[in-house]
Design a protein around this ligand. Sequence first.
Ligand SMILES: [Zn+2]
Ligand SMILES: [Zn+2]
Length: 407
Amino acid sequence: MSSALEEVLLAGSTIPWGRLGARALCDACLGRLLGKAGHGASNPERGRALRARFGIPAGRACWLCGGLLDEIEKFADLAAGKLEPWEFATFLVGSKVDPEVVAREESLWAELGTGHAEAIKSELNREIGKRLEKRFQKPAEFTRPDVVAIVDTAFDSVSVTVNPLFVYGRYRKLVRGIPQTRWPCRRCQGKGCEHCGGRGKMYETSVEEIVAAPVMAQVGGSGHALHGMGREDVDALMLGPGRPFIVEIKEPARRTVDLTSVEAAVNRTRQVEVAGLRPTTGEEVVALKEDRARKVYRVLVRFPAPVEDGKLKAAVSTLVGRPIAQRTPVRVSHRRADRTRERLVTAIEVSRSEGSTVELRVTAEAGTYVKELVHGDGGRTTPSLAEALGVACEVVELDVLEIQDSG
Ligand SMILES: [Zn+2]
Ligand SMILES: [Zn+2]
């Protein structure tokens, strides 16, 4: 007798087995009552040892699981079949056990007072998982599996959840008029209507679609999303070293991506360029979204009449290094809550001055509404360049030159 089973029998000696009465248990269900005692033994081994020592009779059918544990091979086959079409490096098995079985198990624990019992669900997950590890020669993984097979014992069915594929990179947007993410038509919710010219979306394409297309050409997938470290306006260019982003491909059939060819395909569009592509995880999306990187902008501003250089520099200097109060701009008020928040501008350089048009290079805290900093949004942003100068300021062009992220 192994020391593991000696430990099981010792723990078993405190259990009032007589209370089982006419309820017969299979070896696995009997052993599982002490499943957390005697590390290294299997539940059927525990069960056989307990049955022999305490004279527990075997019945034809198991009162607890009704023969469920004899079906592990069948569930493993079902799960393997469902996983077969998907490419994955790691997987996880979960199960939904008939609630009546769970209720019987829990009532038995209460009656017998065992403190070492293992739940049937965890035995099923483990045993099916072991068989799949062997079949696919791939490890079960608990924290970030590529695919999850859920076995439903009541319906003899297996459903598969395929976790998304994430690719990190930086993008540059070289043309105006492209939103960062796909912008569905609000009127038809994507079905296509007169308002959107039958496209179901407000713009022909987006950074998201341009980047996702070559990835999906390789891995398939049912949809995509793009997570950016902030976003530029539709009419703004994204220049310099680019904006960090993560593209998410939902339900990819394959997970091996040739990122060099993705990069080449995106860059061929001449609308968007990507660099530094690498595989990543969903956790990095959270970090990316939370990054409060400062940004450097190029703003082309037009005045109704030329503004004197000295006056302009004096006005600009009043905007730097003090909080700018910004009420949610009119142009985004339909989709964002109306509130006032403060942002800091750390530098403004006047880099070119030509008649009534000037170019500013603005360094500002994440989330600053730069257009409004310039034109004042009818007094909703204060102070603003327009307020400081006392003249109307029109933003002709706005580009993002640099994102000063930690990465
Ligand atoms: Zn059983
Ligand atoms: Zn529409």
